[in-house]
Design a protein around this ligand. Sequence first.
Ligand code: ADP
Ligand code: MG
Length: 260
Amino acid sequence: MGSEIVIDQIDMEFLAQNETIKALSNINLNIPAGKIVSLLGPSGCGKSTLIRLISDLLIPTGGKIVVDGNEARQARLNRDFGIIFQKPTLLEWRSVLDNVALPLEFLKTNKKERKNIAMEQLRIVGLEKFAKHYPWQLSGGMQQRVAIARALTYDPPILLMDEPFSALDEFTKEKLHLEVIRIQERTKKTIVFVTHSIPEAVFLSHRIIVLSAHPGRVNHIVDVEFSDSARTLSIRDDLQFHDYVSQVRNCFNGGAIDEG
Ligand code: ADP
Ligand code: MG
């Protein structure tokens, strides 16, 4: 089961070339446990910054982040987060299996157990037949699935996904969307999904946090509920889907946003 993330009055400023850049201003959010929540907004609005703050890769200038009652730092030490970036960042000289098992090596899990857990994760993402292959032998979509499997190895209650599919073609993207939904339904993890695509956010999310830029702020929150509870590709043809896309687009008041 996933964890709840509470973002409480977060401010983030960066100092670059003697200039202060306010990346995020007074962010207050409640990301419920066991849901898929998207952070949606134009490039530069602070989405990646927010992901790095949640995962304690950055310390906020102001405010705090609480994960199931623990500060972000403690949550990181508890390994509450699995992170998936836009690039899969696999080690080219290691097999698929050894890439997936890498976090378990850091945890000093024994070899047999490492292999069993990594194989199980590869099965979840449908790549068990490619365990002995090397990253360069796989397509971009398959490499990203390996990155997902690697993030799942220590069964973190939270997956943070920062534009994980934006470099992939539409067909691969659609397959991976279904995979994310399936993994979430099966594991009930909390998934924070960063995107600049409105249809992607609507298809995947239970809740969409619409951010605006300079400084990054919460602009709107849209809860997405389809009357047909099963999220299959066909819901994209439904009027309800298009209504949500319009509703979210209107949040931007005609501001430029790439729908990917
Ligand atoms: P997004 O992921 O939404 O595209 P980012 O979180 O990467 O946006 O960046 C938000 C803002 O913060 C941008 O103006 C960016 O230039 C700035 N920023 C991000 N990281 C740093 C950093 N390490 N140093 C200085 N400025 C940064
Ligand atoms: Mg980013």
